[in-house]
Structure formats: C-alpha cells, structure tokens
Design a binder for this molecule. Sequence first.
Ligand SMILES: [Ca+2]
Length: 154
Amino acid sequence: MGKYKGILVLVAAAIAVAVLLDAPSLAQDAFMKRVRKDHSLNPRENGNCKLCHAPGENEKPNRENLNAFGKQLQSQEAMKPLLGKEHDYKFSNAELDTLMTVVDSIAGQDADGDGATNGEEIALGTFPGDEKSKPDEKALAKRRAEQKAKEGKK
Ligand SMILES: [Ca+2]
C-alpha cells in the first residue's frame, strides 16, 4: 500500500510541475526583471508583480489588472511601441531601456495619490500604485533630505 501511495505522490508532483511549466509567462516579466535590477528592488518588498498590478485572489498579473502606477506607466506616449505584445514576445534591451526612461520620467509623480512620489516609493520598498502602501514618515523625510542635499551639489 505504501508503495502505491509513493507512486501517487510522484504522479501528482509530475502533473503539478507540468501545469506550472505550461503556464504562459508574460512577456512583460522582462519589465519586472529590468526594474528590479536597475533599482535593486527586493522581491519580498516591492520587486514583484504588485509594483504594477493589483491581481485579485487566484489571479495572475495581466493587462486588465494594472494598478494606478501600472496604468500611469502604460499611458505614457513612449510606452506605446511596447504595448500589446504576445506572451512569447522577447523585449530587446533597447525596448527595456525605453521602459526605464519612462519609469524615470514619472518618478516625480504620485500615481496612487498617497503623498509619496513613485520614485520615492520605488526607492523605499513600497508600492507606487497602492495608496495603502506608503513609506514611513521617517524614511521619507530622510530620503527627501538626501535628495535635497544632492540637488544642492549640482
Ligand atoms: Ca505614491
């Protein structure tokens, strides 16, 4: 009996792996990877799909569940050539450079209206498209003081 149980577990595991491998990975996964790399984001903080998406329970990130930041990003003119690609599309480095330029261009805006800019939230580990996720006041004040000092040196 124990032997059959073992086989059943193996079969179930094999099916689970097959299902996972079959799940289409989004072409836009490349966006996440690049932003994560360039901004040194932690996947356990804001370096994950919730940076741009607000997926419901049991829902994967997709075009329909963008959050306020994802929508703001998508609505920028320079993003147009990067939109509407199929899931197996491979973004070029030049396209990903464009993405980063657009991310930088809206760094001073506050997509979710929580009082911290997109750039501040990305830097401080919170979600720029979720007004319930916001850097704590101390961290925000520290970053603003640092940025001001940097500006002064220019
Ligand atoms: Ca914000």
